[in-house]
Design a protein around this ligand. Structure first.
Ligand code: NZQ
Ligand code: ZN
Length: 384
C-alpha cells in the first residue's frame, strides 16, 4: 500500500426529513445564499423544505446554475455575493449545483481571473463556507473537494480540487431523488460505478481492504440500481444507491492505491464538445479504456471478473473479455447507451480531443502515466 493522508470533515445528514435539521448547521448570524439549478427543487418540494428549515434566517437565492455549470453563470453569483456581503452558501441540487457552488465559494475571495482556478490550478487561500442538500446521487461532490466547471465561451470543461471546498455538511435525503427523470437515475448509477472503477481497476497495490470496499460498492450498485429503476419509490433502494454514490468518491476507497481517471478526462471532452451527459460519456469510454489497456490492468481485470461478476471458468483472456462485456451490458441494462453513434457523434471528434490534450499537456494520463494521445485515439476509435 502507498503512503497516504486521509482527511474528510464533511458531516452527513442522511435520511428522510433531514433537510429540517440544516438550520443548526449554519451559523445563526450568517447571511446565506441558496444556490440551485434550473428549477427542479421548486417543483419537487425540496425548496419548500429548505425554506421552512431556514425560517427567520437571512437568505437570498441564486438560481439558474446549468447542468455542467457554466463559468459565466457562476461569476454572476460571485458578483451578487460580493455586493450583498453573503457569508454562507447552501447548494440545493445535483452535482452541477454543488460543483458550481464550490467554484463560487472559491472565486469570491480569489484575487485575479477566477478561471485560473481551473485553467491554471491557481492555489487558493480561502473559500466561503457552504453546505449542500443533494438531490441527485452520482458525483460524490457532496463529500469531496472536487468541482468541474465549463467555460461556455470556449467549450472547455476543467476541474479544480481543494480541501477549502469541502462542504461543511451535506444532506442526503433519498426521498428528494424520487422526482429525478429516469435518465438522471441511470446516469447516477453509471457515474458512481465508474468512480469506483477509476480507483480500483488499475494494478494490485496490496490493499485488500480498499479492493473489497470498492467491490462492495460495485456489487451494491449492480443489485440496487435496477431495483430503483423497477420501482421509483423504493426508498431502501434509493437510499442504498445514494450512499453508494457518496462512498464511491469521498476519498476513502482511493487511499493508498493507484488511480486512473483517463476515462473521466476523455469523457469531459465529449461533454464539452457535444453536450453528452457526464455519465453517458463514461459509459461510452470505460469499456474501451479497459479493452485497450487490458495488459496493464490484467491482474485487476481478473480479480474484477471473479469477485464482481463471478467469472471463474475459461482462459484468462476469455474471463477478461466477459468482464468487459458484462460492464458494458450493465450500463446498457440501466439505460445508458455505450456507443458514440447512439448520441449522434462521429469519429471526427477524435482529432479535436487529441489536439486539446496535446495543447494542455495531458500526454501522460492513467495509473501508469502511459495513456498518451495515441492511446486516447485507440480508445476513442473503439467508441464508434
Ligand atoms: O437544474 P435542475 O432543475 O435542478 O435539474 C437537474 C439537471 O437538469 C436535474 N435534477 C437534479 N436533481 C433532481 C433533478 N430533477 C428532478 N428531481 C431531482 N431531485 O438533473 C439534471 C442533471 O443535474 P446535474 O447536477 O448536472 O447532474 P449530476 O449530479 O450528474 O452532475 C454532473 C456534473 O458533475 C460533474 C460532472 O462533470 C457534471 O458537470 N462531476 C463532478 C464530480 C465531483 N465534483 O467530484 C465528479 C464527477 O466525475 C463529475 O465529473
Ligand atoms: Zn464522474
Amino acid at each position: 500500500m502507498e503512503n497516504f493522508a486521509f482527511y474528510n470533515p464533511v458531516k452527513i445528514l442522511f435520511g428522510k426529513g433531514q433537510i429540517a435539521n440544516i438550520g443548526a448547521e449554519i451559523p445563526s448570524d450568517a447571511k446565506i445564499l441558496i444556490t440551485y439549478g434550473g428549477g427542479s427543487i421548486k417543483s419537487n418540494g425540496v425548496y419548500e423544505q429548505v425554506k421552512a428549515a431556514l425560517a427567520g434566517r437571512n437568505f437570498l437565492e441564486f438560481g439558474g446554475i446549468e447542468a455542467n455549470p457554466h463559468l459565466e453563470t457562476l461569476l454572476k453569483a460571485v458578483e451578487l455575493i460580493r455586493a450583498e456581503g453573503i457569508d454562507f452558501l447552501l447548494a440545493v441540487g445535483g452535482g452541477s449545483v454543488v460543483d458550481g457552488t464550490k467554484f463560487i465559494a472559491a472565486a469570491v475571495p480569489f484575487e485575479g481571473d477566477p478561471w485560473d482556478i481551473c485553467a491554471k490550478q491557481a492555489p487558493l487561500k480561502a473559500a466561503i463556507p457552504f453546505g449542500a442538500v443533494l438531490t441527485l446521487p452520482a458525483t460524490g461532490s457532496e463529500m469531496n473537494t472536487a468541482s468541474v466547471v465549463t467555460k461556455w465561451e470556449t467549450q472547455e470543461k476543467l476541474f479544480f480540487a481543494s480541501p477549502l471546498v469541502f462542504p461543511k455538511f451535506s444532506v442526503l435525503d433519498p426521498e428528494t431523488t424520487y422526482s429525478l427523470p429516469i435518465r438522471q437515475v441511470s446516469n447516477g448509477i453509471v457515474d458512481a460505478y465508474v468512480h469506483v472503477m477509476e480507483q480500483y481497476l488499475t494494478y494490485p497495490a496490496n490493499a485488500p481492504l480498499q479492493d473489497r470496499m470498492a467491490e462492495s460498492i460495485l456489487k451494491t450498485l449492480i443489485e440496487e440500481g435496477p431495483k430503483v429503476l423497477a420501482d421509483l419509490h423504493n426508498y431502501e433502494a434509493r437510499a442504498n444507491v445514494m450512499w453508494c454514490a457518496t462512498m464511491a468518491l469521498n476519498g476513502l476507497i482511493g487511499v493508498g492505491v493507484p488511480q486512473d481517471w483517463a476515462t473521466h478526462m476523455i469523457g469531459h471532452e465529449l461533454t464539452a464538445l457535444h453536450g453528452i451527459d457526464h455519465a453517458q460519456t463514461l459509459a461510452i469510454v470505460l469499456p474501451n479504456t479497459l479493452t485497450v489497456r487490458r495488459d496493464r490492468k490484467r491482474q485487476k481485470l481478473l480479480q474484477y471478473a471473479d469477485r464482481v461478476w463471478g467469472l471463474v471458468d475459461g482462459t484468462e483472456d476469455l474471463r477478461i473479455d466477459q468482464a468487459i462485456s458484462k460492464t458494458r451490458e450493465f450500463f446498457e441494462s440501466v439505460g445508458v447507451p455505450t456507443h458514440l453513434s447512439d448520441y449522434g457523434v462521429g469519429l471526427d471528434v477524435i482529432p479535436k480531443i487529441i489536439d486539446r490534450f496535446e495543447k494542455r499537456g495531458f500526454v501522460a494520463l492513467g495509473e501508469n502515466q502511459d495513456v498518451t494521445p495515441k492511446v486516447v485515439e485507440k480508445i476513442l476509435v473503439l467508441c464508434a
